[in-house]
Write a protein that binds this ligand. Structure first.
Ligand code: ATP
Ligand code: MG
Length: 410
């Protein structure tokens, strides 16, 4: 019979990959908890309208990439990102009544119907943080520190932080008008996506990856507009304050005026963290401030800022950590004694296996050296004397110890 294959753009995370995935998940819990963030898990499907309103219907995500289906005449969508879901939950659970800041973090699968390629899947995973209730730049600094320190804790160093300010809806309007003015003569040369972005969301033009469009955006008169300081005094003060925190804290960053981010809801601070060791899909983290989203989704007016990281991209930077060996393996031809010792070792918090098929002693030792770091040998003599021979399977050193001394010798 024909075998049923994995769907395009999806991947199994196999037992050998798990060391890396557990590492990423455990570090997320450890680092984000230090900042007072609590984990939240929201459903992987939500009302389609949540994403249309929450991510924005001029975005690629909503226009092209959603997995949408109908059930009982409801339009549902597999979440393409998790900010909208977290905001929905924040509102529905009245979290604005909690004392600010409310800091939440999440991890889990996201779904986007994209062309699969290296670093781009249709089901992928993100780990992210959202901080609600603080409009000051201290929150921006703290959120960027959470991202940077998480990546550091993973041991990832060759990364660069890019920063930009998109201003507020008022000052951005002035910028959009200027941008449209200067780009108008080039409209016929732009890709079809940019032609429609021109009307709907001209900022997104700067995010286009089509080479012909990029050639237009490097022209001097267009660069002059892009590089101009269009943001108003309040937005500028906020940005300067953030930059001074980052400078003082030794966070290296560069300003990228082309950084606009794919989502509609951002205002003021946006940032991305890129790796110098990934190919073209080199962004590992994207984030920004979204002060109007909670209100737009029907909640109390609540400023917020957050980020999301692609876990597959992090995993590929971390490479293989094939530390799947169990710590100990009991070698014995007495299955009852073997299972008793195995359970005793496990009860002491150390991983342990034994040969469930009771093969010959030599075969058991061979197996132990493949799967474990130490063999705990229980021969007839050891059993009679209530002792164990501990063999270090990497160095082949061995010694006989009392049962009570095993743990001091591992
Ligand atoms: P890109 O410009 O690469 O499409 P994006 O702006 O769509 O990125 P975000 O929505 O900001 O990405 O998501 C945050 C992070 O999630 C990205 O930086 C990336 O690491 C990861 N990511 C996004 N889409 C995918 C995907 N299809 N497959 C794997 N990882 C992804
Ligand atoms: Mg994308």
């Amino acid at each position: 019979m024909a075998i049923i294959k994995l769907q395009k753009g999806t991947k199994d995370i196999l037992p050998n990959d798990m060391t890396v995935w557990h590492f990423m998940e455990e570090k997320a819990n450890e680092i984000f908890s230090k900042y007072g963030a609590k984990e939240i898990r929201t459903p992987i499907f939500e009302a389609t309208e949540l994403f249309a309103r929450g991510v924005g219907d001029t975005t690629d995500i909503v226009n092209k990439e959603m997995y949408t289906f109908e059930k009982s005449e409801r339009s549902l969508t597999l979440r393409p990102e998790n900010t909208a879901g977290v905001v929905r939950s924040f509102i529905e659970n009245g979290m604005h009544r909690l004392s600010a800041p409310v800091k939440l973090w999440y991890k889990g699968p996201m779904f986007r119907y994209e062309r699969p390629q290296a670093g781009r899947q249709r089901q992928f995973h993100q780990v992210g943080v959202e901080v609600f209730g603080i409009k000051q730049a201290t929150a921006d600094a703290e959120v960027i520190l959470m991202a940077v320190n998480y990546l550091k804790a993973l041991g990832l160093n060759d990364l660069s932080v890019e920063l930009n300010s998109l201003g507020c809806p008022q000052c951005r309007e002035v910028f959009k008008t200027k941008l449209k003015e200067v780009l108008k003569p080039y409209l016929p040369q732009m890709c079809p996506d940019c032609q429609s972005r021109y009307e709907k969301n001209p900022l997104r033009l700067l995010d286009c990856k089509v080479p012909e469009c990029n050639e237009i955006y490097v022209k001097p008169e267009i660069q002059a507009v892009i590089q101009s300081d269009f943001i108003c005094n309040d937005c500028s003060e906020h940005f300067e304050e953030l930059k001074s925190y980052l400078n003082e804290l030794g966070v290296n960053y560069s300003i990228n005026k082309l950084l606009v981010r794919g989502l509609d809801y951002y205002n003021r601070t946006v940032f991305e963290i890129k790796s110098n060791n990934l190919g073209s899909q080199n962004a590992v983290c994207g984030g920004g401030r979204y002060d109007s989203l909670v209100k737009n989704l029907g909640g109390e007016d609540t400023p917020a800022i957050g980020f999301a990281m692609g876990m597959e991209r992090l995993a590929s930077l971390l490479g293989e950590k094939n530390d799947t060996k169990t710590t100990t393996f009991v070698v014995s031809n007495n299955p009852l004694e073997a299972i008793k010792l195995t359970e005793e070792v496990r009860a002491n918090g150390i991983s342990c296996e034994f040969d469930l098929t009771n093969k010959k002693f030599v075969k058991q030792l061979e197996k132990a050296s493949k799967v474990a770091k130490f063999a705990l040998i229980l021969g007839e003599d050891e059993i009679a004397q209530n002792k164990v021979t501990i063999k270090n399977l990497e160095t082949s050193e061995q010694k006989i110890v009392n049962r009570t001394e095993i743990f001091a010798n591992l």
